[in-house]
Structure formats: C-alpha cells, structure tokens
Design a protein around this ligand. Structure first.
Ligand code: FAD
Length: 517
C-alpha cells in the first residue's frame, strides 16, 4: 500500500494523510494538528523522519490536544492535494488549529528546529497563541496565589501539582500536557517571579515541583532529577491518579471465588519460571495447533524457535529433555511440511516418559492479569524472549550470530503469533532497525528498547491492564541509574546501566520457581 512506501508506517503514531482522509483529519478537528508535507525522495525529509517519529512518541500523551500527521507529496495520488495546500518545498510543517475550516491551508512553520525538544517548544508556542483552544487542552498559562487560593473550592481533584520555573522554561507546560489524559491531578506552572507563592512554599530551586493540598498543606515531589520526564512519571503514579475513562483499579489482593483461579501473590520485580513454562505450553499446544499443516517459511520459523529454546531456555531438566526431543525430531523432518498432529504426538509421547515433561495448562504468576483477557500469554512471550536474549549473551560461544534469538522471535511472531496487528507492528520495527544489531549485547538492548516502543504506543489502550500500567521500563524506582538527562535536560537512558540491569533482571539464577508443580 501507498502508506508503506512513504517514510512512515502505521506503527509510528502519526496520522498518514491521503485524499480520502485529509478532510476528516484536518477540518473541524477537536485537536490541533501538526502536519508534515514531505517527499519520500528528498534527503532532508529522510533525515528528518526519525526525529518526527521520536517526536510522535515523545508527545503521545498530548494527542487529545495536539496530534501529528504526515503526507508523502511524492506519491502520485497525493500530488494534487499537496498543491492545494500550496506546498512548494519539503519538508514543510504546518500547524492547523482546532476546528480549522475545510479550506484552511494551515500555518507553515518557518525554519523549524530539527530536534525533538525544539519542535516540542514550537508546538507549545503555537498552542498557546491559537484560537479556538482545543477543548481537551488544559490551561498552560502561569498560575497565581489568588487562583490557587480558590482552586479547591471549584475543583474536585485530589492533587494539585505546582511546577516552579523560570519564565523561559517549558517544563511546566510539558508536564501539564503529559498529564492531560489523567484524572485526579492538575498541573500548573508557577513563575519564579510569583513572589507570594515562592515565599510561602520556601522555593529556592527552579524547576522544582510541589504538591499542594486544601488548607495550604504542601510537600515537595521527590524525584531523582528535576526534569520533565521525572515529574510526569511521578505524577502519573500518585495515589488516586488514573487514566481518564478507564475502569477503576480492581482489587486483586483477595482470592476470587468465581471459576477463575485464585490470585497468586507475586513479586512484581521478578521473573517466574511458571510464566515461562506457561508460555511454552501455550505456544506449543495452543498457538501452533491452529496451523494443521506447517510448511515453507512457517516450518523454518518453527525449527529456529525450537532450536533457540533448546540452546538457551534456562529450564528444568525435564522441560529441556522435552525441547531436545522436539528439536531432534524436527531436524529429522526432511520433507517440506509437517502436520501439527505429528508434532502433538511427539509432545504427548515425550511427556509420557518420567524425565521429560512440559506441564499441561497455564499457571500465570508474574503475568497474571486483573481480568481474564489481560496480560498472560503476550506478557509471557516478551518475558521469554528477554530471558533468551540475556541467556544468549551470557552463554553463546564466540562467533554465534548475534541476531540468532531476535531472528527466531521475528520469525515466530510473523508465522504464528495470534495477535496479527501486533505481528505487523513488530515486523515494521524489525525491518526498520534489526540490522543494526551487531552483538549479543545490542540484541538484549534492541529488544528492550522496542518493547518500550510498544509500551509507549499502547499506553492507555483497552488492552492495558489498569493494575499494570504501561511504562517506559524499568521505572526510576526499579533502576535509578538507568535514567539520566542530557545537557538540555531531556531524558536519556543510560545504556551502560540498562544493560547490566537487564542482564541481572532476566538472568537464569534470579528466576523464581514458586508455583511450579
Ligand atoms: P508486557 O508489555 O507484556 O511486559 C511483560 C513484562 O515485561 C512486564 O510486566 C515487565 O516486567 C517487563 N517489561 C516491560 N517493558 C519492558 C521492556 N521494555 N524491556 C524488558 N522488560 C519489560 N499489544 C497491542 O495492543 N498492540 C501491539 O501492537 C502489540 N504488539 C505486540 C508485539 C509482541 C511481539 C508481543 C509479544 C506483544 C505485543 N502486544 C501488543 C501485547 C502487549 O505488548 C503486552 O504484552 C500486553 O498488553 C500485556 O502487557 P503487560 O502489562 O503484561 O506487559
């Protein structure tokens, strides 16, 4: 399809414009829209596209107030449209305010910055100076003592977060927008020149963030670093703060009395063998069973999958014996196809021997969901492949293909993973950047960073378990050394610290064996 041929794919959280949807996207939208008009042959556009994609991930939470779009003016079907918008050079960025008219040509950004922070600031500048204001956009102007005094009389929110900052800082407005989809918290910026409030709270550091409560009580928000990402992360996790429109948290610390199994208490910062074995059971006995005949690429995928499991799965001896017998059976299948029935027989026969087994059925622990349709198998899939990349880094001999585990995952997902849109997004990411993996360390980090991209994209979706919100993982609480900021105070992962964290978190010696039969 044409969309695929351009510089952006549907996985990028950027609306792909075309003659059919342009009017419904740009005209009369409740959110402001920033649209990039580019030509896929233009080198500057190619160079800019990773920045625009990062921007889309970075301001994902702002979507109800401002959203990003793009259109490939080099595509035959878009040429007329781009000339109707008076596009003469690429890339052109245009701002369309909320409720723009169908004939609006938008307002072009002159000489726009080519970095995420610069672009974000320019978007805020436009947002602040537009009419009409997008209804979902919270107030961005600085607040005052007088306004704060009456705040709790007119607002029924639990937390008021005040970000004290210099007039030139954007952090307060950025955090306000980052929190716009969350309830029970309001964020306002306070300028360092607002003497009454600065004195009353004894503020000496700019920026800094305070939580302000009725009757004038306040406490300082504790963060590792005084910067946007750290404030937003901490505020989204305050007690009572929830995503708007989501069902309230389910109390899951009591065993249920329905047909559902009782809740198994577990440590949220550990990996459980029960989840890994459940994932194997589900993939081998349920997911594969949907394919009565396995041939061609799918057969190659299956062989690779079992082969990396045999090599790197840190399983119990009985489980490893089962994987080895499946592996050697598969290696001996020289015909172009197998039936699932034949594979099932191998699984069943092997399971009859006392030293070979794969527990039947699933027993989720770290991957339990607060509802039957949440978490479980996809959670187990991620966990399994993180464990495998980590095992490959610690045990694979020199000269092994560093992409061995990732290619096996890519093939498995493409051939068998039941969530087809997930498989398509994963394939887009793999196609885009898996070639860059050149060592087993970079394989571990690649999977971690792509998993975070997925977390970013689906945060707030219906598939998100409200009890297990999607975060950029690991959180500052789990690994404070993993997080740092650049000179310009932008959040930056400290990969030198993330790698050892992952190596330890997913290491075979730390996997807990509670709840195994
Ligand atoms: P999961 O995201 O499944 O993570 C499991 C556990 O891994 C977490 O509890 C945490 O302990 C740890 N973890 C979290 N982030 C990281 C990280 N960055 N690195 C290492 N460990 C981490 N769902 C969709 O709605 N749309 C999709 O496009 C989509 N694509 C998917 C693609 C693949 C390949 C897979 C396996 C799943 C995909 N899913 C998708 C499902 C989704 O990613 C989650 O698995 C599912 O929503 C369950 O989420 P969870 O809360 O259990 O955490």
């Amino acid at each position: 399809p044409a969309a695929e041929a351009g510089l952006y794919s549907p996985s990028d959280q950027i609306i792909l414009l075309n003659p059919e949807n342009v009017e419904s996207v740009l005209a009369n939208s409740t959110a402001a829209i920033v649209a990039e008009f580019y030509a896929s042959w233009c080198g500057h556009c190619v160079a800019f596209s990773p920045v625009y994609k990062s921007l889309a991930r970075d301001i994902k939470e702002w979507k109800p107030a401002v959203d990003l779009a793009a259109i490939d003016c080099a595509a035959q079907q878009n040429i007329k449209l781009c000339s109707a918008y008076s596009i003469t050079g690429y890339p052109t960025l245009k701002f369309f305010h909320a409720y723009s008219k169908a004939d609006s040509k938008g307002e072009a950004y002159k000489a726009f910055p080519r970095d995420v922070q610069g672009l974000r600031h320019r978007i805020i500048d436009k947002l602040e100076n537009q009419e009409p204001w997008p209804p979902a956009c919270p107030p961005l102007e600085p607040t005052s003592q007088a306004e704060i005094d009456s705040f709790f009389e007119t607002n029924n929110v639990q937390h008021l977060a005040l970000i004290f900052e210099k007039a030139s800082s954007y952090i307060g407005r950025e955090v306000t927008l980052d929190l716009l989809q969350f309830e029970n918290v309001t964020v306002r910026r306070v300028l360092s020149t607002e003497q009454d409030l600065v004195t009353k709270l004894g503020v000496t550091e700019f920026p800094s963030c305070y939580l302000y409560y009725p009757k004038g009580n306040f406490t300082r928000l504790k963060v590792n670093i005084e910067a946007r990402h750290f404030y937003s992360y901490a505020l989204q996790r305050l007690p009572g703060v929830v995503r708007s429109g989501r069902p309230p948290l389910v109390h899951i610390d009591h065993p249920t009395n329905s047909t559902e199994e009782p809740w198994r208490p577990f440590n949220r910062s550990r990996v459980y063998m029960a989840d890994l074995e459940s994932t194997l059971h589900y993939s081998l006995r349920v997911e594969l069973a949907a394919h009565s005949v396995i041939r061609g690429n799918a057969l190659v995928s299956l062989k690779k999958y079992i082969s990396v499991l045999t090599k790197y799965f840190p399983g119990r001896p009985v489980v490893m014996n089962l994987l080895r017998s499946v592996d050697s059976w598969l290696q001996n299948q020289s015909g172009g196809e197998i039936t699932y029935e034949a594979l099932r027989k191998i699984l069943d026969n092997s399971a009859q021997s006392p030293d070979t087994a794969l527990p039947e059925g699933v027993r989720w622990v770290g991957c339990q969901g607060s509802q039957p349709h949440l978490r479980r198998f996809p959670c187990g899939m991620w966990t399994l492949f993180h464990v495998l990349t980590v095992q490959a880094k610690s045990t694979s001999p020199r000269g092994t293909d560093p992409k061995e585990v990732l290619s096996a995952m890519r093939n498995y997902v493409r051939s068998f993973f039941g969530c087809r849109p997930c498989a398509e997004h994963f394939e887009n990411m793999a196609r885009e950047s898996m070639v860059e993996v050149d060592s087993t360390s970079s394989a571990v980090l690649w999977l971690w960073s792509r998993h975070n991209r997925v977390n970013n994209r689906i945060a707030g979706a219906l598939s998100e378990d409200p009890n297990f919100p999607k975060i950029q993982w690991p959180s500052p609480e789990m690994c404070s050394a993993c997080h740092t900021v650049r000179d310009n105070r932008e959040h930056k992962w400290n990969k030198e610290q993330v790698l050892p964290f992952l190596m330890s978190y997913f290491s075979s010696s730390r996997i807990l064996t509670d709840y195994l039969e």
